[in-house]
Design a protein around this ligand. Structure first.
Ligand SMILES: Cc1ncc(COP(=O)(O)O)c(C=O)c1O
Length: 401
């Protein structure tokens, strides 16, 4: 007899975590594995952020805070939305949680009824469909192929909307594709959504600062102000400030939703830890040079990977527009034979082959709802990336087509 609730039966653990575990298991046998499974900046959090946190912890007691975050941090977030995105929010329209992930989790728990649909344009961040299923929702995952720049188009959106649609998720720059939307593209989606007043929009903008080729970022909130009362703009400290383990995410949205999220938070984790909130405030209010420095490094690495993959004929990679991943098309590898005589039937087999033969851990596109692809994280040093691309090329060259 299982002691586990039935709502967990459809929910899968994170695919990128699973790949990293497989890489660790192989490395434990003495193999030199390059793990490009997880998306974490390899920089330390900037010193002024950690110093501000230590100084506060030496001086003050660290107590429970308001469940939605301290007033000081929420004011810093209000100022951030104004300064960087041109958005006007009041402090009671801001929520702080343990990462953008918990923001999304709380928002879905607060809104989904059994059978409600959430449109998740594919390829999508691995956690979205699993969280939707956890609350009885149904993920609807329209394909957004490379030919459309991995972007949701108004036509595809219109075809995916039904009476049961509760949420549309957007993620820009996107994980895993790096796709970014222009203001005009967002407005065109907004025009379709105007006809569906029940639908809420979750815009996950956590990679907003990791944007290449001189692009500038347009928040969904700025492009579609008429949808403000049903938009949740999600962001966090993990990617822009290299603070994944500090676990601070935040959002701006309609008061009733933020209030419901506060209730969930107050009855679950109480609040984000007080030191992490001090760190987040120091990051948002302090010098922003670190953000630009990280962006420059990510763009250099993106270029290195794009150039390297271009030399491998059987793979396809259009330059990602942002974020720190390469979502590599591997259609030409499907059906190829490995040196051991196995046929690569799908991208799961391709990722397994790259790990076994090339000792490079990549996540199969199946995990993101669009195949055949594999994703590598480019958030690691130039030298490691160059070696990973070399290994991928060597493994591909051993295949029989
Ligand atoms: C699109 C997207 N949203 C949210 C997250 C999670 O962010 P956080 O660390 O703030 O929970 C990630 C992390 O990989 C992500 O790629």
């Amino acid at each position: 007899m299982s002691h586990i609730a039935s709502r967990l039966s459809a929910v899968k653990p994170s695919a990128s975590m699973a790949v990293s575990q497989a890489a660790k298991d192989l490395a434990a046998t003495g193999v030199d594995v390059i793990d490009l499974g997880l998306g974490e900046p390899d920089f330390p959090a900037p010193a002024h952020i950690t110093e501000a946190t230590f100084a506060a912890a030496r001086k003050e007691r660290m107590l429970y805070t308001a469940s939605l975050g301290t007033a000081e941090l929420r004011k810093a977030i209000v100022a951030k939305f104004k300064r960087e995105n041109g958005l006007d929010y009041a402090i009671d329209e801001i929520a702080v949680a343990n990462g953008a992930k918990q923001i999304i989790f709380n928002a879905l728990m607060a809104t989904l009824e059994e059978g409600d649909e959430a449109i998740l344009p594919a390829p999508y961040f691995v956690s979205y469909p699993e969280m939707v299923k956890l609350f009885g929702g149904v993920p609807v995952t329209p394909a957004c192929p490379a030919e459309n720049g991995f972007r949701l188009t108004p036509e595809v959106l219109a075809a995916a909307l039904t009476d049961k649609t509760r949420w549309l998720f957007l993620n820009m720059p996107g994980n895993p594709s790096g796709a970014v939307y222009t203001e005009a593209q967002l407005k065109a989606l907004g025009a379709v959504l105007a006809k569906y007043p029940k639908v809420m929009i979750l815009s996950d903008e956590i990679y907003e600062h990791i944007l290449f080729d001189g692009r500038s970022f347009v928040s969904f909130g700025a492009a579609c102000p008429e949808l403000r009362d049903r938009s949740l703009i999600v962001n966090g400290m993990s990617k822009a400030y290299a603070m994944t383990g500090w676990r601070v995410g935040y959002a701006a949205g309609p008061r009733d939703l933020i209030k419901a999220m506060a209730t969930i938070q107050s009855q679950s984790c109480t609040s984000v830890s007080a030191p992490a909130q001090i760190a987040a405030r120091a990051a948002l209010e302090g010098p922003q040079d670190c953000v630009a420095e990280f962006r420059t490094a990510f763009e250099r690495r993106r270029n290195l990977v794009v150039e390297g993959i271009a030399k491998i004929n059987a793979l396809r990679l259009d330059p990602p527009e942002g974020a720190f991943y390469a979502y590599i098309g591997c259609a030409a590898l499907i059906g190829a034979k490995t040196p051991a005589g196995k046929t690569l039937d799908d991208d799961v087999a391709v990722a397994k082959y790259l790990l076994d033969e090339g000792h490079v851990a990549a996540v199969p596109g199946t995990a993101y709802g669009l195949s055949p692809f594999f994703r590598i994280s480019t958030a690691t040093s130039d030298g490691v990336l160059a070696e990973a691309v070399r290994r991928i090329g060597e493994a591909v060259s051993k295949l029989e087509f």
